[in-house]
Design a protein around this ligand. Structure first.
Ligand code: 13P
Ligand code: SF4
Length: 345
């Protein structure tokens, strides 16, 4: 039962002391965030991992986040992911080998300098590839700055893997008419010569959670709650971001609710667990999910079951390190370069 589990987690943490820090992404279940030393978005959590001296960083999140933490922490520290099944489907939509092949096709068609930008939601080998080609990593809060960096350095951008974040960013910079999608799974639609006529080539990846929000969800909320404002994550479709009052990363969504006045109503277009936490943490604000619960549950984040958290902690007490996430040394250095370029912008 939950009390028994909480007692076991607390006992293991007491035993492990300062050797362990628990990081919880905003989309984690209540039981995980309740045990987390830090809660935040993927970018904030990587920074917390870098600032921590703990020997073990237990990551309540998905594989690409645990990898990013491993890239920036010291060699004497280890990252542990309570479940190896917690993999973001969007990150899996751009495999480095596949991107390599597309890169060869696209660059063969032009003398222009193409700069690849990969969203944080990607694996370390793709981050390394981007660094090697002069590119960088971005998050949902600094994608526009990554575009500006790329256009200072080169002529065109290949944006991976999230086409919606790429399109929303191009729109924000007034480049909406210069984008084209590249679908790596459809040989018929791939036309490299045509793709390079555009300045922004968008890899055809997406988040299965955020893509499900629709404009009619916003219309329905506004019909039911006259005063409601709507904030959505920029992984949502272009027309949804356009129809919302505000768009931003999970950190921006959190800050918006923290700064809301008592009695304000905000409908939130992101993963349901963050919406539920914000409802719990800010009862003075009327926080609503933008559509029904089942529509917005991330099954990758859900893999971090509190029983697995108990297991990895109790195993550490016994001196056994389970589910360590380790990026290969040859990828680590380049991936770090791609992350460092992001930190500089
Ligand atoms: P953040 O970068 O806003 O934490 O988002 C991560 C994510 O997985 C969004 O779906
Ligand atoms: Fe990946 Fe979407 Fe889940 Fe975020 S919400 S981890 S992008 S599938």
């Amino acid at each position: 039962d939950e009390d028994e589990r909480t007692r076991r987690i607390d006992a293991a943490l007491e035993e492990l002391g300062e050797d362990v820090v628990i990081l919880g992404h905003n989309y984690q279940r209540r039981e995980i965030v309740d045990h987390s030393d830090f809660i935040g978005d993927s970018y904030q959590l990587s920074k917390e991992a870098a600032n921590s001296d703990a020997k073990y960083v237990i990551f309540g999140g998905v594989t690409f986040m645990a990898e990013s933490a491993d890239i920036i922490i010291d060699d004497s520290q280890s990252v542990i992911l309570p479940s190896m099944e917690a993999s973001c489907p969007m990150a899996g939509m751009a495999e480095a080998l596949q991107v390599d092949a597309a890169w060869a096709e696209i660059t063969a068609e032009t003398d222009a300098d193409i700069i690849p930008i990969t969203y944080m939601n990607s694996y370390a080998d793709l981050k390394a590839f981007c660094a090697e080609q002069g590119g960088l990593v971005c998050t949902s809060s600094n994608a526009h700055k990554a575009f500006e960096y790329a256009f200072e350095k080169g002529d065109k951008v290949l944006f991976l893997p999230d086409k919606h974040l790429g399109e929303n960013t191009a729109h924000r910079l007034g480049m909406e008419d210069e984008t084209v999608e590249w679908d790596p799974w459809d040989p018929e639609s791939k036309d490299a010569a045509k793709a390079v006529e555009n300045d922004v080539i968008l890899w055809d990846g997406y988040c299965q959670v955020h893509e499900r929000f629709r404009v009619d969800h916003i219309e329905q909320i506004r019909a039911e709650h006259e005063d409601a404002k709507v904030i959505v994550h920029p992984e949502c479709r272009r027309e949804v971001v356009e129809a919302a009052d505000k768009a931003g990363s999970t950190a921006t969504i959190t800050e918006t609710i923290e700064n809301a006045d008592p009695g304000d109503t905000w409908a939130i277009g992101t993963e349901i667990h963050l919406t539920n936490h914000l409802q719990r943490w800010h009862p003075e604000v009327n926080v609503l999910p933008l559509c029904g619960e089942a529509c917005m549950d991330c099954n990758a984040m859900r893999q971090i079951d509190p029983n697995y958290l108990t297991w990895v902690l109790e195993e550490l007490v016994e001196g056994r390190e389970r589910n360590v996430i380790e990026v290969a040394p040859e990828e680590k250095e380049l991936a770090k370069l791609a992350l460092d370029r992001m930190l500089e912008i």
